[in-house]
Design a protein around this ligand. Sequence first.
Ligand code: ZN
Ligand code: ZN
Length: 450
Amino acid sequence: MSNQIKRPKGTQDILPSEAAKWRTVEDAVREAAEQFGFREIRTPDFEETGLYVRSAGATSDVVTKEMYTVSSTGDSSFTLRPEGTAGVVRAMLENGLMNEGFPQKVYYLAQCYRHEKPQAGRYREFKQFGVEMFGTQSPYADAEIILLASTVLERCGLENVTLHINSIGCPECRAKYREALRSFFLPHVEELCPTCRERLDKNPMRLLDCKSPICKGIAAGAPLITNYLCDGCREHFDALKEILTEYGVEFTVDPKIVRGLDYYTKTVFEFISQDIGSQGTVCGGGRYDGLVSELGGQQVPALGFGLGLERLIMTMEAAGVEFEPAKTCDLYIAPMGAEAQKKSALLADAVRRAGYAAETDLVGRGIKPQMRYADKIKAKFVCVIGDNELSCGEAKLKNMATGEETPVKLEEFMTGFSNLMLNEIFDGELGETIGRLVEGLEPAEEQPEG
Ligand SMILES: [Zn+2]
Ligand SMILES: [Zn+2]
């Protein structure tokens, strides 16, 4: 066994027993996004490296430390998607969607790749759900994005989540803020970590989210962006707060949330869960009115959010959310002997064509191991077919939950089974009535023409 290849560090296998959780969450986020009018977009898993350098910034952690960059034959350098937004903007521009009227609203569910130190809920390959809206400055758009994120978290059963919002202004008001930060940090320059010392000149806002305890301590007393907003940015932020209040969405203004890149503007927000301790951010987003032009398009305002499904599912588990059980087998047909196996395969096929899940024996096992298998796959009904059943043309369908056995003619197997399933679904007598109705429904005969 020792020479078996292991999965790469920071990746995970999602086994069949876990996959249903993922499906539940993926369905929930898709449904919410579509109800808000977002349409799905799928872009390649890799893009030209330059795209991410332009969108994340050449000095960002993503670009300097975390990208999986590969080169194919020739000169091009490609990078596995480290985040979803840049590729979506590229695709919107390349396919002319920005000319089709605003707002444009898209969502994606995409694998992303970052070479980070693996930790709880953080992987090197992870799945990101994200939404992007283009072409509107209105604070109602910011509010709707936040409301969508909140709806998603609510439908995933998360209750201990708090919304933190901030405005980081526009390039004009940020220039003043940068100056203020620079003069604040300058007297402490010797105490700062080497990275921060380097950033102080070019991008002092990045110092605010340094993880080093010393930098964090100093940054605690730093001036707040909210005191430097220009009139336009302040009005936008005030309007957003008012709309959220109207929606009944609770929030905390948190001037500590910042984004270091120039194209981020105005609104930033985070949903923080109390269920998973210090790594609490489950969803983050905001406005990036400068990104589309940064990537070569017109000046088109944009906003959105991203949400890592690994983190979301981990939070749901920590919060004790119950997931829907995986869909199980409706009917297991246990054949005894070669003739019975032939019949069982045909019956199973008919059951599947009628829309139910059916399995039969494929390994030639005796009846006992077959029953154990039926138990394991949680079959709702089991039917044994042996020589007796074949010769009298009748078999018994056993309800595994109640132990009740119902005889059915093999000829009328499908009707009998459908009725039992309807009983299961509609609970008892109602099912029988519906079963009789369904049985009574004859396909309408076509009227001869003329
Ligand atoms: Zn401003
Ligand atoms: Zn630092």
